[in-house]
Design a protein around this ligand. Sequence first.
Ligand SMILES: Nc1ncnc2c1ncn2[C@@H]1O[C@H](COP(=O)(O)OP(=O)(O)OP(=O)(O)O)[C@@H](O)[C@H]1O
Length: 250
Amino acid sequence: MSIVEIKDLNLYYGQFQALKSVNMKVEKGSVTAFIGPSGCGKSTLLRTINRMNDLIKNVRIEGELFVKGKDIYAADVRLEQLRKQIGMVFQQPNPFPKSIYDNVAFGPIIHGIKDKKTLDEIVETSLQKAVLWNEVKDNLHKSAFGLSGGQQQRLCIARALAVNPDIMLMDEPTSALDPISTTKIEELIDELKNNYTIIIVTHNMHQAGRVSDQTAFFLNGEVVEFADTKTIFTNPSDQRTEDYISGRFG
Ligand SMILES: Nc1ncnc2c1ncn2[C@@H]1O[C@H](COP(=O)(O)OP(=O)(O)OP(=O)(O)O)[C@@H](O)[C@H]1O
């Protein structure tokens, strides 16, 4: 069974149709990249997977979206539970105005963990998974804003990992970062995919090529082609994919 399955999904912002009949299956433990020119619907589709679009006015969605076999748009879905299963990291690192420790402990505390020792363990493990522990272990109670942009982004990843999600959604997670921090995040993605399913929006085709197993190419709200990354980059079946990959537009 696919961990995410999207069936005939249409999404409208008011009168404007931003996603057109999207079908997609994402396998557990894989990295999927969404690529395509600006405004083609990549972030919109990413946000449907944890129902972030619910926060936007005038959004209408048709079709079905299953996460672990459950239709997440069904009436009985509890958003808090859904978002616990699906972490999200954004383009700009967005730590809370709190200490490093409190950023990571925030989610577990919301979900009812009170024991200090358990929280300490979760904070340490999450920071280790995000490959940040060694850099911050002596400053856990200092403000997260004192970290560099790249460290803040890894902190946001640690914060997302702390509630033990199955899926990580990443919306251009390195576009605000320098090349060294970008490499660190890409290495981290490679490491995390052993235990998590990752879906990443990226403007950087080289990044998609480096980190992902499958790639979806979007154009004007449609998924033109969805296949393994090597095929998309070396032998796409649609001329529009070929044109985009070879830099003829976008
Ligand atoms: N909240 C919103 N209200 C109305 N229209 C929106 C909203 N968010 C996005 N759109 C429109 O939907 C389309 C898809 O936007 P989306 O952000 O998903 O594209 P994208 O492929 O992620 O673009 P980019 O690469 O520039 O981030 C665009 O035409 C955009 O203007």
